[in-house]
Design a protein around this ligand. Structure first.
Ligand code: PMV
Length: 365
């Protein structure tokens, strides 16, 4: 599939000021993407749950300007100027200009806000890059005779989101998505993510994710640096092989409602991710003493209560507590009475698997 838009006649002119707005969620990887080749091509396939409460809302107001071959934007993050983010976005828009050549013809005012507090230790690149990619695709669709089917629209949005942040590719799809070529996923690609090609088992359709904020501190090592350290990693080859095997096991669990199989593979992945970080050269540690304390508590709780609660970790110290709907009350009690004590300022977010991004304000745009 070629994602480049060939500039031809506009379907609708850019004369009038226009607006697109998208809300797009974060996602939590169950099989992790860790290690990449050039141009954000993953070394192994990954699978994630799309979340619902942790999202970014991005708005682009655009109008025609004299084309001067330059991308010019005004960017506001949570209603305020943010030079650092603005520079990053300009760099990204220049990078994707060949896919959206009309961008140099427009004055762009981009406003973005998150549903979760900034600097809460929650990675926002997946939600923010996917929201931005969806806005760009909406502009293309509105003014040109392209991206007419849902398939082509979301595929390009995922492709563009990936160029901003690999994991963002998965956020444009509802419930559960995969990204990266895998023999068991006929629709899979390294260039964009796809929705899983089967119905999730009932057990997983409303799965919960309580995000326990163990620390709000900025990460010592960025995920870009972490991915790079996989290049000379002594366990890299074995890791990529194993990840693809574990993905196969996870797909079976998701399809058949096998909660125990799910727990085993998801916790294994979380610990593998962090052991890869620790065994990089130089090695680095992103988990905190409280992360380990909570992991031990979760495992004890599961044993004593015959629960299906389990954990996963992102590239950071915070814990994603995954559990089925029928355990909601008891898990809330567990968090409030115990786990919350291990969170910075007792902060946690109750999230769950979600329906994916949506366009706001379509009628006025
Ligand atoms: O999308 P990036 O480059 O921030 O990397 C994400 C890496 C993990 O969150 C650790 C795993 C994943 O698959 O989301």
């Amino acid at each position: 599939m070629n994602f480049k838009l060939k500039i031809k006649e506009e379907k609708n002119s850019f004369e009038k000021e226009n607006k697109v707005v998208w809300q797009s969620p974060s996602n939590i990887a169950l099989i992790k993407y860790w290690g990449k080749k050039e141009k954000q091509i993953p070394q192994n396939a990954s699978v994630s749950f799309t979340l619902s409460e942790s999202y970014t809302e991005t708005e682009i107001v655009y109008s025609k300007k004299e084309s001067n071959n330059k991308i010019e934007i005004k960017f506001l993050f949570e209603e305020k100027d943010n030079e650092l983010f603005e520079k990053k976005i300009v760099k990204f828009l220049n990078y994707v200009l060949k896919y959206f050549p009309f961008l140099t013809k427009l004055n762009l005012t981009i406003k973005s806000k998150n549903s979760f507090p900034h600097s809460a230790g929650i990675a926002s690149s997946a939600s923010s890059m996917s929201a931005l990619a969806l806005c760009l695709c909406s502009i293309e669709k509105k003014h040109y005779d392209s991206l007419k089917t849902n398939d082509t629209f979301y595929r390009k949005a995922s492709f563009i989101a990936r160029l901003g942040s690999g994991s963002a590719a998965r956020s444009v799809f509802p419930f559960a998505a995969s990204w990266g070529k895998h023999a068991d996923l006929y629709n899979s690609s390294n260039k964009f993510a796809s929705i899983l090609p089967f119905n999730l088992h009932e057990n997983f359709k409303s799965y919960n994710d309580a995000i326990l904020i163990i620390s709000k501190k900025e990460k010592q090592v960025s995920s870009t640096a972490g991915h790079n350290l996989m290049k000379n990693h002594p366990f890299a080859k074995q890791r990529y092989k194993l990840a693809n095997k574990k993905l196969q096991i996870l797909l079976n669990a998701l399809q058949n409602g096998d909660l125990d199989g799910f727990i085993e593979v998801v916790e294994d992945e979380a610990l593998t991710l962090h052991s890869l970080m620790m065994s990089s050269n130089p090695g680095f540690i992103l988990i905190e003493p409280n992360t380990l304390a909570v992991i031990e508590k979760i495992r004890n709780y599961r044993k004593i209560n015959n629960s299906k609660l389990c954990f996963t970790l992102d590239a950071g110290p915070n814990i994603h507590l995954l559990y089925p709907d029928n355990e909601e009350d008891s898990v809330f009690e567990f968090i409030k009475n115990d786990l919350q004590n291990y969170c910075e300022n007792r902060f946690w977010i109750s999230d769950k698997i979600g329906k994916g991004p949506f366009e706001i304000n379509k009628q006025n745009a």
